[in-house]
Design a protein around this ligand. Structure first.
Ligand SMILES: [Fe+2]
Length: 196
């Protein structure tokens, strides 16, 4: 009886070891030392250099989108004044749209075989949008800051749209960015309307 139990114990331990070894085999290391699951490279008619360049471009955009999402949510929480109710709701709608955009941009990176940035450190290091920690501006400044950031993102996307068609020959991302720019243009219009 004891031998049977020992044999079962040994078999169990061997099974666990095999599982750990299999997991190690399934994981490779990037040059930066980060673990990366092995997947097949997308064979979608875009050469590797172009795909990687588009992923880098999209990760920079993702960082901008994430910072603007956090900034808009910050203003949703901290806005004060006569316009409180309107702006609390308005900023709430905008940060939810930005959360959805963040998700779409990150997933576009994955569709192209890249790894989406997913840490605050990466977002802050790569974003062109700037934060102003410790500052709670009056509501008119909030509107102006968000409009400036939205317009900055719109200008960046416009440059990226040209690059995806002229340089990287990636019309899927080109189409994605053409749709994305109109979402930002609508958000910018609404901010502009409040300011005027
Ligand atoms: Fe809320």
């Amino acid at each position: 009886m004891r031998k049977v139990i020992n044999a079962a114990l040994v078999a169990g331990i061997l099974g666990m070891v095999a599982l750990i070894v299999a997991q190690e085999v399934m994981v490779s290391r990037t040059p930066q030392g980060q673990a990366k699951a092995l997947e097949s490279e997308p064979n979608i008619g875009i050469n590797t250099n172009n795909r990687q360049a588009v992923c880098k471009m999209l990760n920079t955009l993702l960082s901008d989108e994430y910072l603007l999402y956090v900034k808009t949510q910050n203003y949703h929480w901290n806005v004060t004044g006569l316009m409180f109710n309107d702006l609390h709701l308005f900023f709430g709608e905008q940060y939810k749209q930005l959360a959805s955009i963040v998700d779409m941009v990150a997933e576009r990176v994955r569709m192209l075989g890249g790894t989406a940035h997913g840490t605050m450190q990466e977002f802050v290091e790569n974003a062109r949008i700037k934060e102003a920690a410790g500052m709670v501006p009056p509501y008119k400044e909030m509107l102006k800051n968000l409009l400036a950031d939205q317009e900055s993102i719109i200008r960046s996307i416009r440059v990226d749209i040209d690059a995806t068609s002229d340089e990287f020959e990636d019309m899927g991302t080109n189409n994605f960015l053409c749709e994305l720019i109109t979402k930002h243009e609508k958000m910018a219009w609404m901010l502009r309307a409040y300011i005027s």
